[in-house]
Write a protein that binds this ligand. Structure first.
Ligand code: NAP
Ligand code: ZN
Length: 350
């Protein structure tokens, strides 16, 4: 077993504190890597506070992970010692069921092993995430980091990146499409960058007037305030596709009013509370309300390669691990531009 330093939430809603875990010794198909950077996703907050239910503690969050390979098992072909490697929300799946064969490992029929707040496929061994000095993962679930991408700015691509790239691809985002992005946070700022790079005309739909200049710099051609009811009238039936990243409860019906006939609003934001949707919000205009959950491993690699081609990384603020609880509070106050990334060197020195 490999003794590993981490930061963990000891119980629901409690501040994260230093905590030591055991990682398994790497097997023939495993990669062991030193974690360099871990992004801070709003899902880390939902889960550390047990807002979605069923959380297990102690919990080591973190599913936006970039590291340097330290050791590879005898059957590993994708990596050699010294390579950069990345891990997102998934660390294993059965590999054999229909959905795994469709490269949708997150929907593994046997239940995927998520990076934390989950178990390995033995359904016993808890998984611990990226707020830690090292990680062991079967090579299929480790991604190659293309040359030229800044490692710290790459970390958030592993969740915020793939979660917004995937629905844009699923709904065939292309040149000339009108795409609305709702909520300019970690996911939202990636959605703007990707949709703009795919040639769409992007409008940022935000509650924060102070974010307008950033939205335009990130690639949005339009910016509208959702606190102003006139926005919903002005932009009625406007968008082919809306990517909705809001982390808190809100009225989906109002936003569906901005979807054009036959268009789609995809929920990626995951507020804990259910919200009623009126049938007529969908019937009037044959509209679709959809959801999307991260992305499979092949699509995640495709997204990283797309980022290398278009020179896209996340806009980040690097923090030491000792500031993690403050970072959660700042995210709750909407004070992040646009992703916190933990420099794991701060954990090694601690
Ligand atoms: P984040 O950085 O905190 O950004 C969320 C943004 O939503 C905020 O910046 C804010 O944007 C807007 N917002 C927040 N509270 C709001 C409210 N009460 N009303 C209206 N707008 C509000 O969070 P994130 O990391 O991007 O994550 C966003 C959500 O996606 C979370 O629920 C997270 O769990 C979920 N998520 C889902 C998946 C998936 O696979 N589906 C993957 C990762 C994360 P403005 O200031 O522009 O209004
Ligand atoms: Zn995430």
């Amino acid at each position: 077993m490999l003794k590993t330093s981490t930061y963990a939430a000891p119980a629901a809603g409690k501040p994260l504190v230093p905590f030591t875990i055991d990682r398994r010794d790497p097997g023939p198909k495993d990669v062991l890597f030193d974690v360099l950077y871990a992004g801070v996703c709003h899902s880390d907050i939902h889960q550390a506070r047990d807002e979605w239910g069923g959380a297990s503690f102690p919990m080591v969050p973190g599913h936006e992970i970039v590291g340097r390979v330290k050791q590879v098992g005898s059957q590993v072909t994708k990596f050699k010692v010294g390579d950069l490697a990345a891990v997102g929300c998934l660390v294993d799946s059965c590999g054999d069921c229909g959905t795994c064969r469709q490269h949708l490992e997150m929907f593994c029929e046997k239940g995927a092993a998520f990076t934390y707040n989950s178990t390995e496929m033995d359904r016993k061994t808890p998984t611990y995430g990226g707020y830690s000095t090292q990680l062991v993962v079967t090579e299929h679930f480790a991604l190659k980091v293309p040359e030229g991408l800044d490692p710290a700015g790459t970390a958030p691509l592993l969740c915020a990146g793939i979660t917004t790239y995937s629905p844009l691809r699923q709904y065939n985002c292309k040149k000339g499409d009108r795409v609305g992005v709702v909520g300019l946070g970690g996911l939202g700022h990636m959605a703007v960058k990707f949709a703009a790079a795919m040639g769409a005309e992007v409008t940022m739909l935000s509650t924060s007037p102070s974010k307008e200049a950033d939205a335009r710099r990130l690639g949005a051609q339009g910016f509208a305030l959702t606190k102003d009811d006139a926005t919903f009238r002005k932009l009625a039936n406007r968008f082919d596709l809306i990517i909705n990243t809001i982390s808190a409860q809100h009225d989906y019906n109002k936003y569906l009013g901005m979807v054009r006939p036959l268009g789609t609003m995809v929920l990626v934001g995951a507020p804990p509370e259910p919200t009623p949707v009126g049938a007529f919000a969908l019937i009037n205009g044959n509209k679709r309300l959809a959801g999307s959950n991260i992305g499979g491993i092949a699509e995640t690699q495709e997204m990283l390669d797309f980022c290398a081609k278009h020179k896209i990384v996340s806009d980040i603020e690097i923090i030491p691990i000792q500031k993690i609880n403050e970072a959660y509070e700042r995210m709750m106050r909407n004070d992040v531009r646009y992703r916190f990334v933990i420099d794991i060197a701060s954990l090694k020195q601690a």
